[in-house]
Write a protein that binds this ligand. Sequence first.
Ligand code: VGL
Ligand code: ZN
Length: 200
Amino acid sequence: MPGSPALIIIDVQNDFCEGGALAVPGGSEIIAQINALQADFDAVVLSQDWHPQSHTSFASNHVDSVPYDLVEMSYGAQVLWPDHCVQGSMGAEFHVDLATNRAQMIVRKGFRTEIDSYSAFFENDQTTPTGLDGYLKTRSISEVVLVGLALDFCVQFTALDARKLGYEVTVIQSACRAIDLNGSLAEALVAMKRAGVTLA
Ligand code: VGL
Ligand code: ZN
């Protein structure tokens, strides 16, 4: 019997909300809607950006770099970010208003020093799995609904990987907010549409 769709809530953490180290404009505005949505799903998954202080995606760990610079990593282009979601820090905690009790699975990502991970399925080398695909498949889940932060980074990469893995994917745009770096939001919407993501 096929499982019912999973709601995957991406990175609703203090550092991505107002006052955080990598605040996404309007980040906390989506929390009430996300809390309400959870009642419609049997399967609820949270992702949590979870970096060591030495993470290579932090501009502070590169000489002569500042946040939002673009650098080449072994796996391709990588944006350098302000230090954020450091393991064990307040910034890495879920926002206090996010309802987390109904979540059955928390996927942590970005914990390897040398590789960033936007997607909740694969790290940015596009081959190292987080285990989420196995979790969903063993629960016979073939459809995912995505909400959270940031629409043009972690939500987008999760949506594109989910499509590559064969899931039906819906992104609820009103329950997402974007960073919008050099047109990244418009590009993300085009890429998701092209990949067959339903933009609701
Ligand atoms: C994210 C940049 C760096 C996200 C995570 O959650 O969209 N963006 N790390
Ligand atoms: Zn990150």
